[in-house]
Design a protein around this ligand. Structure first.
Ligand code: SAH
Length: 382
């Protein structure tokens, strides 16, 4: 193996594209990428890396199937294929989650349960998803099955809990469709309350099987604290948390602000966001289930005020409708959190030509060993 390669599956799996570099070289690589794409807008601050860049993923997913000798295997799909690469332990995944997945594989054999064959569309277990609250210690196991029928369900659940008493909830999710999505529509709670709780920046959040939640909790705090520092919210400010997911950023912002409006397209995420606000006893936050662009256009047309806009769009970035309405609303500050510096560069170009000046660019390493890099950018109105 090459000098830095600690993972025998590095090439086959394809998940950690820059694992062949030392961690300090990885940070340099990411820094260069951000400077290349964003350096023309402003000086880029030094990337914030992790002290311990291993086992940071709080969410682990394994596909189940059989190898050529018909043995049960579990692992990840080889990059851009449908072939399962067997994985028992992974350098970036939570150790406990990996152990639970191996236990489930062994239990399948004991219980004579089948894995799902997605060519023939028959069989039972398709995927296992484990989510772990690093602060709370709570663990959720989701068994994704091709059928609702679950032979010896109760004994299987008991056997799993006996081996891993640290599991706090077990859910069966049924996915009988020909799809690349892991989770299906229907979920049945087999043990516990079907969700886990987690603490972030002093607040409690509920995580359900389907909801988006940042996968690196240590760096998420770093990222959100930077976003709050950049936003520098004043006590009567109206803050918009656009692309708010389950409301994490808006909830953290609420203690500094007058009012916060969170807008999100996914209705389940909005439900979770409302619950999260209630759990934390927050009354000055309001969630809207809508397309962020359309919602902002509405605000701009009504001439409503917004002092600070925090935006955290998916990889595709924002859209022109959204950006036009930001300009029209003309908040004092825009804090842009992005997981894709390419679409970020495109959107910053628009804002920089329309009355906004880029003041700070801070990269944060949320995904060590992978090529991905997150940035938080502060813009102020000229
Ligand atoms: N800010 C959240 C979530 C960021 S992920 C957090 O840090 O946890 C991006 C979110 O944007 C997802 O929840 C996705 O459902 C949402 N989204 C995607 N397109 C959208 C659109 N057009 N309008 C509003 N939300 C959108």
């Amino acid at each position: 193996m090459e000098k830095n390669i600690k993972c025998p599956l590095y090439k086959k799996c394809g998940g950690c594209q820059i694992h062949n570099l030392d961690y300090s070289e990885q940070l340099e690589f990411k820094m260069k990428k951000v400077v290349r794409l964003l350096g023309r807008f402003h000086r880029v601050s030094d990337i914030i890396g992790m002290d311990e860049p291993y086992h940071y993923r709080n969410k682990v997913q394994a596909a189940f199937g059989r190898d050529r000798q018909n043995r049960i295997i579990s692992g990840v799909y080889q990059s851009s294929t449908h072939k399962i690469v067997p994985v028992d332990s992974c350098l970036i995944e939570d150790v406990k989650a990996d152990e639970i997945i191996v236990t489930i594989r062994k239990l399948l054999k004991n219980f004579k349960l089948k894995t799902f064959d997605d060519n023939k569309m028959i069989g039972f277990l398709r995927h296992v998803l484990v989510k772990r609250g690093f602060s709370s210690g709570e663990i959720m196991v989701v068994l994704v099955t091709g059928t609702e029928e679950f032979k010896s369900r109760r004994s299987f659940v008991n056997a799993l809990l006996e081996r891993h008493p640290e599991i706090t909830t077990i859910v069966q999710n049924i996915n009988n469709k020909r799809t690349s999505l892991v989770l299906g529509e229907k979920s049945i709670v087999l043990y516990g309350d079907g969700v886990i709780k987690e603490q972030l920046c002093g607040y409690t959040f509920t995580i359900s099987p389907k909801a988006f939640y940042q996968i690196n909790p240590v760096q998420t705090e770093v990222l959100y604290n930077k976003a709050m520092e950049f936003a520098d919210i004043q006590k009567d400010d109206v803050v918009i948390d656009a692309y708010c997911g389950t409301g994490t950023i808006g909830i953290i912002a609420s203690k500094y602000a007058g009012d916060v409006y969170g807008v999100e397209l996914n209705k389940d995420a909005v439900k979770d966001a409302k619950k999260n606000a209630a759990i934390n006893g927050i009354e000055n936050i309001h969630f809207i289930n809508a397309d962020a662009g359309k919602y902002m256009v509405g605000l701009a047309e009504q001439g409503l005020p917004a002092d600070v806009v925090i935006m955290d769009p998916p990889r595709a970035g924002s859209d022109i409708k959204f950006l036009h309405s930001v300009v029209k609303l003309s908040p004092r500050k825009v804090v842009y959190i992005s997981c894709n510096p390419e679409t970020l560069a495109r959107d910053l170009m628009f804002l920089s030509k329309n009355k906004y000046k880029i003041r700070k660019i801070q990269p944060v390493d949320m995904f060590p060993h992978t090529e991905h890099v997150e940035c938080v950018v502060l813009l102020t109105k000229i």
